[in-house]
Design a protein around this ligand. Structure first.
Ligand code: PEP
Ligand code: MN
Length: 270
C-alpha cells in the first residue's frame, strides 16, 4: 500500500525538523492561529497581537479562498497577502496562506513563510510539483476524500521536486455524519508517526465546523502526540466574513492555549 513511497516513508529517516527563524517545526509545538480570511489590516493586527500573547507561533489568513459558491467572497488576493506579510513582520509571527493556482506560486512565495495546499487541491499534481520547486515549506492538508496512502503520495510529489519541508495537516474527512462539518480523523496522528518522518498537525476548526467542539478535539489531538494545531481565530468572530461558526474569539483561544500548555506539561511526566 505504501511501497511507492521513497522519500516520505519513515524507514531509517530521522524526523523532519523545519526551521523558520527560531521556530523548529516537528520539535517545538506549532500553534497556528488566525482568521479564515484576511479582511483588513486592523482585523489581522488585533488578532495577531492577541494570539501571539496567548502563545501562537504562526499567523494564518487566507487571501485566496476556495469557496463552494462562486458568488461567495473569494478573498483579497494580493492586497490580503500584503496585509498578512506586514502584520506578520510587525508582530514577529511567520505567516501561512493558501495558494490555489500554479501561476501564483512564485509570487505568493514573496509574501508568506509557508505555502498552504488546501484539502480541495491535495491531489492537484501540477500545483504540488510547483510548490515542490518553490523553496518554501508547504502545509499539505488532507483531502476530504483521501486515504492516508493518497495523502502521503501527494507529500511525495512535493519531496520529489526537491522540497523536503512538508507539514501534513489533518482537517477531517467526509463521512455520512452531518452534525459535524467533517469527521476529524485523529487516528491520522499516530498513523503518520508510524508511516512518515514528516510533522503532522491537526485543524479542529475545519475538522468539526463547530466552536463548541474545538477545545475537546484540540486537547485530544495533543494527547495523541500531534506536532501542532491550526485554529481559526478572529478578534471579532461574529463579524468574520467566512467560517464564523468555527472561529474562536481571541479570549477563547487564550483559554484553550493555556489548557494545551498544562496538558503538555502533564504529558511530559507520563
Ligand atoms: C483553510 O484552512 O483556509 C481551508 C480552506 O481549509 P481546508 O482546505 O481544509 O478546507
Ligand atoms: Mn476557514
Amino acid at each position: 500500500m505504501f511501497e511507492n513511497l521513497k522519500l516520505a516513508s519513515l524507514g531509517e529517516n530521522k524526523k523532519t525538523i523545519i526551521k523558520i527563524g527560531d521556530l523548529k517545526i516537528g520539535k517545538d509545538f506549532l500553534l497556528i492561529a488566525g482568521p479564515c480570511t484576511v479582511e483588513s489590516e486592523e482585523q489581522m493586527l488585533q488578532t495577531a497581537i492577541e494570539v501571539k500573547k496567548a502563545g501562537a507561533k504562526m499567523l494564518r489568513g487566507g487571501a485566496f479562498k476556495p469557496r463552494t459558491s462562486p458568488y461567495a467572497f473569494q478573498g483579497l488576493g494580493l492586497k490580503g497577502l500584503k496585509i498578512l506579510q506586514k502584520v506578520g513582520k510587525k508582530t514577529g509571527l511567520p505567516v501561512v496562506s493558501e495558494v490555489l493556482d500554479t501561476k501564483d506560486v512564485s509570487w505568493v512565495c514573496e509574501y508568506v513563510d509557508v505555502l498552504q495546499i488546501g484539502a480541495r487541491n491535495m491531489q492537484n499534481f501540477s500545483l504540488l510539483k510547483e510548490v515542490g520547486k518553490a523553496g518554501k515549506p508547504v502545509l499539505l492538508k488532507r483531502g476530504m476524500f483521501s486515504t492516508f496512502s493518497e495523502w502521503l503520495n501527494c507529500a511525495e510529489y512535493i519531496l520529489n521536486e526537491g522540497n523536503p519541508n512538508v507539514i501534513l495537516c489533518e482537517r477531517g474527512i467526509r463521512s455520512f455524519e452531518t452534525y459535524t462539518r467533517n469527521t476529524l480523523d485523529l487516528s491520522a496522528v499516530p498513523v503518520m508517526k508510524e508511516l512518515t518522518h514528516l510533522p503532522i498537525i491537526v485543524d479542529p476548526s475545519h475538522g468539526t465546523g463547530k466552536i463548541s467542539l474545538i477545545p475537546a478535539m484540540s486537547l485530544a489531538a495533543v494527547s495523541a502526540g500531534v506536532d501542532g494545531l491550526m485554529l481559526e481565530v478572529h478578534y471579532k468572530p461574529q463579524e468574520a466574513t467566512s467560517d464564523k461558526e468555527q472561529t474562536l474569539s481571541t479570549k477563547e483561544f487564550a483559554k484553550l492555549s493555556a489548557k494545551i500548555k498544562k496538558l503538555q506539561t502533564f504529558m511530559k511526566k507520563l
